[in-house]
Design a protein around this ligand. Sequence first.
Ligand code: ADP
Length: 289
Amino acid sequence: MDLTIQELSKTYPNGVKALDRVSLTIPLGMFGLLGPNGAGKSTLMRTIATLQAADSGSIQLGDIDVLREKEEVRKLLGYLPQDFGVYPRISAHDMLDHLALLKGFTHTGERKALVEDLLHRVNLYSVRKKALAGFSGGMRQRFGIAQALIGNPRLLIVDEPTAGLDPGERNRFYNLLSEVGENVIVILSTHIVQDVMELCTRMAIIHEGRVLFDGAPDQAVASLEGKIWQRTIAKADIKQYEQSHRVISSKLIAGRPLIHVFSPDHPGDGFEPAHADLEDVFFARIANL
Ligand code: ADP
């Protein structure tokens, strides 16, 4: 079962074109949707999740017409929105139990087993009696995954799940997501290149509502091989290099900027070839290089 998006467009009433003829085919497994803030990721996620309408285009999940057969989609969907909203004083266990009931798990024994299984899977069993209001960012996101997994979804959408997590929490979250299963379509939207590098076999880069790349991360990286060069420079010279070269990233290494530039030919003195990484791809595509 694939998710096929064709020519999907959406302009908000204020004139912002959030999606501009987006076409993507998303297979089983982890799919990364990478784009800067404002690219249109949440609009796309919410449209796939049947929470908002598009102006034109189509989305097909297997045999289901997503934009029309909303109830059918919702039976197969798990969704972790960008902002999960209020975190009430009730415990993780009770909240999950309540959400499972809303999803139609009316048999008490069955629901109890489901909730306990989910709490174990996301490693929150030991804190199940604590109020969600007191959870850390990482614990909240793991709770968010638990609620999204109620009912064994075939399509799991997670919108910017690692924003605000510290590195340890992010790792735990990566491990959890990668365990979710190979027989599910997982769409992970993020502006963090590392999320896609670590987790996804397929990806798209989206910017200003348009798809700029669609394929495998290593294929994206290969397309830049031989065109990325690096050198360490003095901090004061950054502006000058930005004017003379196509600088696509700058990182501080031991206090000095290491710049990556895009150039089909050797860019001159002091530059050495660099291995392109996904970060280079991301910035190069967005800069339209
Ligand atoms: P992302 O998730 O990649 O940050 P969004 O889909 O949230 O991007 O937003 C895409 C663009 O649409 C942005 O310019 C944003 O300001 C605009 N936008 C999003 N939601 C609305 C809305 N409800 N009304 C008007 N503009 C919106």
